[in-house]
Design a protein around this ligand. Sequence first.
Ligand SMILES: Cc1cc2nc3c(=O)[nH]c(=O)nc-3n(C[C@H](O)[C@H](O)[C@H](O)COP(=O)(O)O)c2cc1C
Length: 301
Amino acid sequence: MSIDRNIALEAIRHMQDRQSVRNFADKPIPQEDLDEILKAALAAATAGNLQPVTIIVERDPERNKQLGVLCTNQPFIGKAPVNLIFLLDWHKLSVYAKERKAPFNCHDSFMHFATGLEDVMCVAQSAETAAHLLGIGSCFIGTTMHSGAEIAKMYNLPPKTYPMCLLTMGYAKDLPAKRRKLEHEYMVFEGKYPQLDAEDLTRAYDLKYEGIHLPFPTRPEPREAMIEKIRRGLLTTYTPEETEQIIEEALERGYITEVQRRFAYHYHAVDNYNKGGHILEMMQEQDLFPTRILKEGKIEL
Ligand SMILES: Cc1cc2nc3c(=O)[nH]c(=O)nc-3n(C[C@H](O)[C@H](O)[C@H](O)COP(=O)(O)O)c2cc1C
């Protein structure tokens, strides 16, 4: 089935103009629009035609607030009229496979974890696009993963399921300035990967992050806390001498750059290891073992 080219191009232009929305008007999403969005989401491609996905629809304001807290304290999630939680779900297939006498290990292998996560994101992305075309703004939230155990309890999730992401959605109250993206020439290569030197890439990312930085607080206590946090992050990659030098330069400037904030402060280098381990433990509690592999014929964790 194809649609009129002009209508298609209009829809594509609209997609090219998307941005995340985090400030929602107090206006409900009509049921018929939500139904269309969910139908589009469920038509997404799926590896092996397995569909290891479930969507939980949440509209209750109190529970939405709770989700905002659980997703690393992001209060705007609590103000959305609808939140969609996307589960990686091997439960339904595992039950069916047993009934029909097929072996089942999808919850227990990295390969299926990877393709399952890809499936979840295809479904979630289709929902985002459909919502956007209907004038409904949204923002992906990846931090459901940080509270998998609590969300599993909240929704009575069966084993072999895990909340991989959430789409918080509603009508935009106002739109912030668009976040700049990396230039097309650094994102799309034809034929082969070109030689990009550090200078090229630095220029490209500096342009993307131009004007974004995080100043040091003036009050001594939070200032010291920030310096300590950055120090711990930098030490995962640099020697102690290099670390102190980098901190000194930042203090002289009065701020850390966006890439330093991303990796040494917000998505903290040490936390990434710690939280990753915690998420894996919560997945195991849910009977998901994405790190299991076969070694010399034996399954290893
Ligand atoms: C997997 C994923 C997880 C994300 N998690 C969050 C989140 O927890 N909180 C948030 O405010 N934005 C989140 N985002 C949105 C990104 O911050 C946003 O897409 C990015 O800054 C680019 O901005 P834009 O979407 O407006 O182009 C997430 C996006 C993706 C794809």
